[in-house]
Design a protein around this ligand. Structure first.
Ligand code: GLU
Length: 468
């Protein structure tokens, strides 16, 4: 057996398409992706669709869409296990021929009885090896008409250990491991066996996956050894907990990755946040995809479970929104504005983004804010008008409107104009700014009034002022 140390790195993400891609899966994928990228290796995507009852094409598509959205395109694949059945059968036949696997004719009821007997003796429930061939052992007569399963001949002594990239040394006594069924009576291969053949055939050097798979690893290692395959390195990452310390679930909010797209999170922010959830680079909280790739290592994967923190995700998202180019932001927000019935093409959407982005946590909030500039105008409700559009306020507004006819329509000159009207009329800022907002936007709360006027444009502003 050769070592993997000198081989080019090959990692894989191997989701079961039984539902959307959830946050935990996305994070595992990200670690495998970043590890491959860091080492200029290959990132393989493998769809583990052998559970035909629960796998759906929609789930496959949802996984592909999520990977695409997050920018984690595989270098190879997607490979589909259902398309590799002949290969699994071939390896089963090889193992039978080599004597590393054997036919077992015990019925499910008999196996259950063996387990029961072991339990009664105070042992671990297990298959008792009735059909396991040993030198000098006579096997029972084959029951008529019964189709056998194929079992792996697991070593019966010693231990199976590996140096886990995340958890350190993990060891299982081989006596704890049953002779695993690798093919069912109808010949279909079982889960652990397909994983083994795939990892072997795909030349996977490093397996990073959730720690719910720790118990599968010694079984997989033993089968790989029986096949004479090189062993990958394994790293098992702890799960993600909700803010209350319970396993992260729907109760804590969205767990479907694409839901975060809907809610207006940027993939850049999701990548940064997910990477930081269970991995660290000193005290760095904010880093780009490129930095992640150049810094990523398995040494700094956390041994303990990490906690989902929606506030922190919002903070990270706000950071990426703030530092994004206005035109780029506008592009990402335009459809959201259109969905709200706004006409993004009719306004200076990049300008609007520039005004709003410092205070927005999501693209949805930006789209809401942009509607001020492109929703159909509704004049202020009567009571608001009554309260703010008083006689002196109307006089100040008329003065402003008159002087605005010749104004250079920029935020700076509008600001200067507002100040000039205030000074000439002996008013304080709110005495003009609030009536202006009410008259021009129909509401009292808006971003800075000079900026709002500048972005609404001269015609609109003068028309609305004239209509009060
Ligand atoms: N298909 C498995 C899952 O979705 C992952 C198997 C593996 O990574 O080895 O949990």
């Amino acid at each position: 057996m050769t070592s993997n140390a000198s081989k080019p790195i090959r990692t894989r993400f191997a989701p079961s398409p039984t539902g959307f891609l959830h946050l935990g899966g996305a994070r595992t994928a990200l670690f495998s992706w970043a590890f491959a990228r860091h080492h200029q290796g290959t990132f393989v995507l493998r769809i583990e669709d052998t559970d035909v009852e629960r796998s759906t094409p929609e789930a496959v598509q949802a996984i592909l869409d999520s990977m695409d959205w997050l920018g984690m395109q595989p270098d190879e694949g997607p490979f589909y296990q259902m398309q590799r059945m002949d290969r699994y059968r071939e390896v089963v036949a090889q193992m039978l021929a080599a004597g590393t696997a054997y036919h077992c004719y015990s019925s499910p009821e008999e196996v259950e009885a063996m387990r029961e007997a072991a339990r009664a003796r105070g042992d671990k429930p297990r298959y008792d090896g009735t059909w396991r061939p040993e030198p000098g052992k006579t096997l029972p007569a084959i029951p008529e008409g019964r189709k056998p399963v194929v079992r792996f001949k697991n070593p019966q002594d010693g231990a199976t250990s590996w140096n886990d990239m995340v958890k350190g040394t993990i060891s299982f006594d081989n006596t704890e491991l049953d002779d695993l069924i690798i093919a069912r009576p109808d010949g279909t291969p079982t889960y652990n066996f397909c994983v083994v053949v795939d990892d072997w055939d795909m030349g996977i050097t490093h397996v990073l996956r959730g720690d719910d798979h720790v118990n599968n690893t010694p079984r997989q290692i033993n089968i790989l050894r029986a096949l004479g395959a090189d062993l990958p390195e394994y790293g098992h990452v702890p799960m993600i907990l909700g803010p209350d310390g319970e396993k992260l679930s729907k109760r804590h909010g969205a767990v479907n990755v694409m839901e975060y797209d809907n809610e207006g999170y940027l993939p850049e922010a999701m990548i940064n946040y997910l990477a930081r959830l269970g991995w660290s680079h000193g005290d760095d909280e904010l880093f780009t995809r490129e930095q992640l790739v150049s810094w990523f290592d398995t040494k700094h994967l956390s041994k303990s479970a990490s906690q989902w923190d929606p506030k922190k995700l919002n903070w990270v998202n706000a950071h990426y929104i703030k530092q994004m180019d206005n035109a780029e932001l506008a592009e990402r927000v335009a459809t959201r504005v259109a969905t709200r019935g706004g006409h993004p093409e009719k306004i200076d959407l990049p300008g609007v983004m520039g005004l709003l982005k410092d205070r927005a946590e999501t693209l949805e909030q930006l789209a809401d804010g942009a509607m001020l500039f492109c929703a159909e105008f509704k004049a202020a409700p009567a009571e608001l008008a009554e309260q703010h559009l008083t006689a002196p306020a109307r006089e100040a507004l008329a003065d402003f409107a008159q002087r605005a006819q010749d104004a250079d329509w920029t935020r700076e000159s509008l600001s200067a104009l507002i100040k000039a009207v205030l000074a000439d009329r002996g008013l304080k800022m709110p005495q003009l700014a609030i009536p202006l907002r009410v008259a021009v936007t129909g509401q009292t709360q808006t971003p800075a009034v000079d900026a709002v006027l500048a972005l609404l444009g001269k015609d609109t502003v003068l028309k609305r002022l004239a209509a009060i």
